[in-house]
Design a protein around this ligand. Structure first.
Ligand SMILES: [Zn+2]
Length: 169
């Protein structure tokens, strides 16, 4: 049986993101573009290994007028850090593929938009939101890829895919 799992990361500011072990390396924070300073591998080869519980340093800030989140949650970065030289090497190897990532995310989402819409996006508070008719039906694999590309699903409230990465540079 081959190895299965994913890695979770924190940047200096305590933003969290993750990637599947077989996906491209993601050394930079999708929220602030800072380098990762902490990483943890979650091995799921033999069932689900649970993630370490991260302590919240600061809950996601909310907009005063509409109470929607306007930024990511910040976590306390645990003591054991990634070696800086590892991070530097990964950043050097990484290409600046912002537009490619953006187009890839939109291409994935286009596959879940059978109804179509003249204005499928909305921008507020540094968040780009993309509305597609079957946004909730995205496969686990596509959802993972969208996460890596900088999009998260808002299923509680607006039923849309949203991105800080592409809402604020
Ligand atoms: Zn960050």
């Amino acid at each position: 049986m081959s190895y299965e799992g994913y890695e979770i990361y924190l940047c200096e500011q305590g933003h969290r993101w993750s990637r599947d072990v077989y996906s491209p390396k993601a050394p930079n924070c999708p929220h602030c573009k800072g380098p990762r300073v902490w990483t943890c591998s979650i091995d799921q080869t033999n069932g689900d290994e649970s993630e370490p519980k991260l302590e919240v340093a600061e809950p996601a800030p909310a907009c005063g007028s509409c109470s929607q989140p306007i930024g990511p949650t910040r976590y306390v970065v645990p003591e054991k850090n990634v070696k800086p030289e590892d991070v530097e090497q990964e950043i050097e190897e990484q290409n600046p593929t912002g537009l490619q990532d953006f187009v890839e995310a939109l291409t994935i989402l286009m596959g879940y938009d059978s109804e179509g819409s003249y204005s499928p996006t909305n921008c507020q508070h540094d968040i780009l939101r993309v509305y597609v008719s079957e946004g909730n039906d995205v496969t686990e694999e596509d959802a993972k890829r969208l996460n890596e590309l900088g999009f998260d699903w808002d299923g509680d409230d607006l039923e849309c895919w949203y991105s800080f990465r592409f809402g604020s540079n």
